[in-house]
Design a binder for this molecule. Structure first.
Ligand code: PLP
Length: 498
C-alpha cells in the first residue's frame, strides 16, 4: 500500500512516512493510492471479534509497512482499559431501526479519543522507521476536543513534545479546563485570539514554513500533526464504521450485505471521510448523511457543488463544528477527481484567492450519489436534545443532537427507511450548560460548571463521566493567550529553540 499527496500525485511514500510527517511538504494531504477492498466474509469475520481485533484487521489493510506484532501491540495498548465500555464504541438502539454509535467513552469524553489513543503508537513506530532518531513535535489546532484528546494521548510519550492552540472564546468551559489543567512534562497549551480557522491556518503556516522546519531540524526535531490532516488520525476512525456494522450483524439487526446509513455531525470532514473510506472498501452503505450546525458551508457544498467560505462565522452550542474550512474535504475531492492532483490544486487555489470554488457536474453527481446533507441551528439543536430525551430517554450532547435533527429531517423528506447509525461524538457533560438549558425552561442554577453538571445529573439520572467530575477544583497550569501572528514565537519558546 502506497501513499501519495492530494497536491502531487507522482509522490509515493509508505504509511509510516505519511504518519510521521503528517502533511506533505508541498502542502497536500497524504492519501492511499488505492483503497483496499474487503468482501462479505471479511465483514462476517469481524462480527465475531473484539474491537481490538477488528482494529488490527482493518488497520493492517492500510498500514502495510507496520509489522503485524507492532499493530497488535498498538491496538491492545490503545483500547485496553481506557474506554469506559468493553465494546470501546458501543452501538445502542435509539428508535425503531435507528442506532447511536457512542464514540465518547474514552478518557476525554469525545470521539477524538478513538484515534488519539492509538496515534502515539502509530507515530512513534513510524518515527523509528523514517525519522532517524528525531524528536517528534506535535502541533495541534483545536476546536476543543482534539486538543485534550491529543494531550492525553501524547503526555509523557518518550521522543515526543506536544503543543496545543485553542481559540480563547471558542471552546466550552469544560473543554478549556480539560486543556489548561493538562499534566505531563512534554506538553504546552496556549489560547489564541480568534476562531478555530485562525488557529488551524496559523498551525498550517508554521508547519509548511521551510525556515521553521530547518530550525527544528537543527535541534533534531521534526513536526507532525495530530489533527485529522494526519492519515494516522483518519485510519483508526475507519475501524468503528466496520465495528458498528459488525455489531448490528452480531445482534441480528441486519443481514450481511444489508445497507445502512451513517449520519455524522461534521466540522473538519474527518469523521465522515472515514465513513466514506469504509464504504469505498466495500462496507454496505446507502447514504452518508453529513450534519452541520449553523456554519453550514458543507450542507451547501454537498447539495450544490459550490464551496463558499465567505460567510458569517457563527459561534454555536456545538463548538467542535464551528468551522468554515473543512480540511479533509480535499481528500474526497482528490479521489472523486480520479486522484487528479492538478484538478485538486486548482480548486484550492481558487479557494485561497476568492474564498470559493465550484466542482464540475461529474463530481457533483458523484457527491450527490454518496452524500445527503443538512444543518441545524442552536434552537433546533436544543429542541432535539429535549425531544430525544423526552421520547426515548437518551441524553445526547449538542453535536449528536445536530446529527439526530438532520437525520429526522432527512427521513421526513426522503422516506428512507434504511437502518441508520448516528455517530455520537461527545458526552453531554462536556456541554452541560447547553444541554441542561435545553432540558429546562427555568434559568440555570449558577455559572459554576460543576454545579451545572450536578444539576444535569439530578435532572436526568444519567451519571457524568468520572474524568470530568474530577476536574473540579483543579488549578489551570496554562494561562497564556497570543495572536495568530505570535504563534511561531510561541512554538519556539515552548520548545526552547531559536
Ligand atoms: C471534532 C468533533 C466533531 C467534528 O468532527 P470532524 O471530524 O471535524 O468532522 C464533531 N463533534 C465533536 C464532539 C467533535 O469533537
Amino acid at each position: 500500500m502506497e501513499y501519495t499527496s492530494t497536491r502531487n500525485n507522482t509522490l509515493r511514500e509508505t504509511a509510516s512516512f505519511a504518519i510521521a510527517n503528517g502533511i506533505s511538504k508541498e502542502g497536500g494531504l497524504f492519501v492511499p493510492t488505492t483503497i483496499p477492498q474487503v468482501d462479505a466474509d471479511f465483514i462476517a469475520s469481524l462480527a465475531k471479534k473484539t474491537y481490538i481485533e477488528q482494529a488490527r484487521d482493518v488497520l493492517s489493510l492500510f498500514l502495510t509497512d507496520y509489522p503485524a506484532a507492532e499493530l497488535a501491540a498498538a491496538t491492545e495498548g490503545a483500547y485496553t482499559g481506557r474506554f469506559g465500555s468493553e465494546a470501546v464504541a458501543p452501538v445502542v438502539p435509539l428508535t425503531g431501526n435507528t442506532y447511536v454509535l457512542e464514540l465518547f467513552r474514552g478518557p476525554t469524553c469525545a470521539f477524538k479519543d478513538m484515534a488519539l489513543q492509538l496515534l502515539p503508537y502509530l507515530l512513534t513506530g513510524a518515527a523509528k522507521r523514517v525519522s532517524d532518531g528525531k524528536e517528534t513535535v506535535i502541533l495541534v489546532a483545536t476546536s476543543g476536543d482534539t486538543g485534550k484528546a491529543a494531550l492525553e494521548g501524547f503526555k509523557d510519550v518518550p521522543g515526543t513534545k506536544i503543543l496545543v492552540f485553542f481559540p480563547s472564546d471558542g471552546v466550552s468551559p469544560m473543554q478549556k479546563l480539560q486543556m489548561t489543567t493538562q499534566e505531563g512534562a512534554n506538553v504546552g497549551v496556549c489560547a489564541i485570539k480568534g476562531n478555530f480557522d485562525d488557529a488551524q491556518t496559523g498551525v498550517k503556516a508554521i508547519f509548511t514554513d521551510p525556515a521553521v522546519r530547518e530550525t527544528l531540524a537543527r535541534h533534531n526535531m521534526q513536526f507532525s500533526s495530530a489533527n485529522s490532516i494526519n492519515w494516522g488520525r483518519l485510519v483508526p476512525q475507519i475501524v468503528y464504521y466496520f465495528s458498528a456494522y459488525a455489531g448490528l450483524l452480531a445482534a441480528g439487526k441486519i443481514r450481511n450485505g444489508d445497507k445502512v446509513n451513517f449520519c455524522v455531525p461534521t466540522g473538519n470532514f474527518g469523521n465522515i471521510l472515514a465513513a466514506y473510506y469504509a464504504k469505498e472498501m466495500g462496507l454496505p452503505v446507502n447514504k452518508l448523511i453529513c450534519a452541520s450546525n449553523e456554519n453550514d458551508v458543507l450542507t451547501e457544498f454537498l447539495t450544490t457543488g459550490r464551496y463558499n467560505r465567505v460567510r458569517p462565522f457563527h459561534t454555536t452550542v456545538s463548538p467542535s463544528m464551528d468551522i468554515l474550512i473543512s480540511s479533509n474535504l480535499e481528500r474526497l475531492l482528490f479521489h472523486l477527481a480520479g486522484n487528479d492532483s492538478e484538478k485538486t490544486k486548482a480548486l484550492f487555489a481558487a479557494l485561497a484567492k476568492t474564498g470559493e470554488y465550484t466542482v464540475d457536474g461529474t463530481m457533483l453527481s458523484a457527491i450527490r450519489a454518496l452524500f445527503a446533507a443538512g444543518s441545524a441551528n442552536d434552537a433546533g439543536t436544543k429542541e432535539t436534545i429535549r425531544d430525544t430525551f423526552e421520547k426515548t430517554g437518551y441524553l445526547c450532547d449538542t453535536h449528536t443532537a445536530v446529527a439526530i435533527r438532520v437525520y429526522n429531517e432527512y427521513c421526513a423528506k426522503t422516506g428512507d427507511g434504511t437502518p441508520t447509525v448516528i455517530a455520537s461524538t461527545a458526552s453531554p457533560y462536556k456541554f452541560s450548560r447547553a444541554v441542561l438549558g435545553a432540558l429546562t425552561n427555568e434559568s440555570l442554577p449558577s455559572d459554576d460548571e460543576f454545579e451545572t453538571l450536578s444539576a444535569l445529573e439530578a435532572k436526568t439520572g444519567v451519571k457524568a463521566p468520572e474524568n470530568l467530575r474530577t476536574l473540579r477544583g483543579k488549578t489551570p497550569r496554562f494561562t497564556d493567550v497570543c495572536t495568530q501572528a505570535e504563534m511561531e514565537e510561541k512554538v519556539f519558546g515552548l520548545l526552547g529553540v531559536r
